[in-house]
Design a protein around this ligand. Structure first.
Ligand code: BG6
Length: 484
């Protein structure tokens, strides 16, 4: 292009977070435990045994944190509500003190003209529901989720316009039920698809309830999207990419946006005996719920080749991949015959550099992603996460994270190109506002614009120190992205 379109005037430049990763105060003011409170306390589950017990203590520092957002000029802030803070056992009495915390946060944001973007579920299921109903493994959990949603909708319908139902359903179901890296630590693909279907029903229930109770608001899920590339022009690799796109993207997005599962993949799962049980009522429910926008979390895509059964993935290749990335994980050689595997093999993309955690850096893929999703579903897109996890160093009281600025600038540019292509977008929330707990990677893997002075071994003083990227984003917002 000779000239890129400008960002619309009300484009929501934001930043994001999630309750478990920032709040701390895990047993305060009546909060119940979540599955993550339990999981992180069990030895061997997280990096160096790090937990969110204190996290970055946002619960007690919310005024200071919002003041930093305001100073930065943030237009939107995406956060999640901890279900067990609001309803400690997940389905019983509402904990007013828990609601009061989020009311305070929302009030502070609005006083500073920052649009709150509320995520209802960012992985921290009340532990009581896991124990009583087997969590997302049983349909009995849906009324509890509905009650939780009703509580939030009633409390905040006048103050929160943008709502996210589930954060990265694809990631937390894969990690929890397939790769045993998140609670409930299961490796059973059939159970993964079963839980996933129940969550789809919960998602549709929440969206319908929202449209009844909050007619002026907007709601949608946030999906971890990555475009899929074939490694070569070998038609077998191209076919593998078609298959991988069904497995990694369409399986979720088609249900959210079209109310039905993708045809070929459903057939495949049925043949393999691992498809979820889908009743006629389920089909009606899924069809009835329409999101108002689609949240997209973008970190990277994936590259695949045809699965040559005799050629299991090399050990060395496996080690390159982040242990926390469900789509880069590989079946072990002895699983190579399992029914879903022969369709594709994930491989490293020779054209792309990687972060210190092995995540490919692919800004062009961001444009591809936005284009693909908008073309297929024609819903306004809201980028609810995008960012770089890196080891940042505090030197003489400063953090010069030029690499993060470069990463974000490249992605904002390709997003601007996608907008120029015609993609309709509401906003962009960088991940994350401040440094936070990375679920499995502790406090070492930092994403924030604001450095938080703590590490895996010590809480230190939790001081907030704006990084170079904070001032860069401040400028970007002030000029509404004109300099990109
Ligand atoms: C997304 C999650 O998957 O990626 C975030 O929604 C998470 O909660 C982010 O922190 C980065 O992942 P990681 O593993 O690098 O912390």
């Amino acid at each position: 292009y000779q000239k890129l379109d400008e960002f619309q005037k009300n484009f929501l430049w934001g930043a994001a977070s999630a309750a478990y990763q920032i709040e701390g105060a895990y047993q305060e003011d009546g909060k119940g435990l979540s599955i993550w409170d339990e999981y992180a306390h069990q030895p061997g589950n997280t990096f160096k045994g790090t937990t969110g017990d204190v996290a970055i203590d946002h619960y007690h520092r919310v005024e200071e944190d919002v003041a930093l957002m305001a100073k930065m000029g943030l237009k939107a802030y995406r956060f999640s509500v901890a279900w067990s803070r609001v309803i400690p056992d997940g389905e019983g009495d509402v904990n007013e003190a828990g609601l009061a915390f989020y009311r305070k946060l929302i009030t502070l944001l609005k006083q500073n003209q920052i649009e709150p973007v509320l995520t209802i579920y960012h992985w921290d299921l009340p532990l009581a529901l896991q124990k009583k109903y087997n969590g997302w493994g049983s349909r009995e959990i849906i009324p509890a989720f509905e009650k939780y949603c009703r509580t939030l909708f009633s409390a905040f319908k006048d103050d929160v316009k943008y709502w996210v139902t589930f954060n990265e359903q694809n990631v937390f179901t894969s990690m929890g039920y397939r790769w045993a890296q998140h609670p409930p630590k299961v490796t059973d693909i059939k159970r993964m698809y079963a839980a996933n279907h129940i969550i789809n029903l919960a998602n549709a229930t929440a969206i319908n309830l929202f449209h009844e109770l909050v007619p002026n608001g907007q709601i949608g899920p946030s999906f971890g999207y990555g475009p899929v590339y074939p490694l070569t022009g070998d038609p077998n690799d191209v076919l593998a990419a078609v298959n991988a796109n069904d497995f990694n993207n369409n399986w979720w997005l088609d249900v959210y946006c079209r109310g039905e599962y993708p045809y070929f993949m459903l057939k495949q799962l049925q043949k393999a005996g691992i498809a979820p049980e889908i009743t006629a009522d389920d089909q009606v429910l899924l069809k009835s719920a329409k999101p108002d926008f689609l949240g997209i979390n973008y970190y990277h895509g994936g590259t695949v080749q045809t699965n040559r059964l005799q050629k299991p993935v090399k050990e060395a290749e496996q080690k390159d991949f982040s242990a926390t990335d469900p789509y880069l994980m590989q079946p072990k050689a002895d699983q190579a015959q399992s029914p879903e595997v022969p369709m594709f093999n994930s491989v490293s993309n020779p054209y792309l550099d990687k972060t210190a955690w092995g995540w490919e850096i692919d800004p062009v893929g961001f444009r591809v992603a936005l284009r693909q999703v908008y073309e297929k579903y024609r819903l306004p897109l809201f980028v609810t996460e995008n960012g770089l996890g890196a080891v940042d160093e505090l030197v003489d009281g400063k953090v010069d994270d030029q690499y993060r600025i470069d990463y974000l600038a490249q992605h904002v540019k390709t997003m601007k190109e996608a907008i120029t292509d015609g993609v309709e977008m509401i906003g962009y929330c960088a991940w994350s506002f401040s440094d936070i707990l990375s679920w499995l990677n502790g406090y070492k893997k930092r994403y924030g614009f604001v450095y938080v002075n703590r590490d895996d071994d010590s809480q230190k003083d939790l001081k907030r120190i704006p990084k170079a990227s904070y001032y860069w984003y401040q400028q970007l917002i002030a000029q509404n992205g004109a300099q990109i």
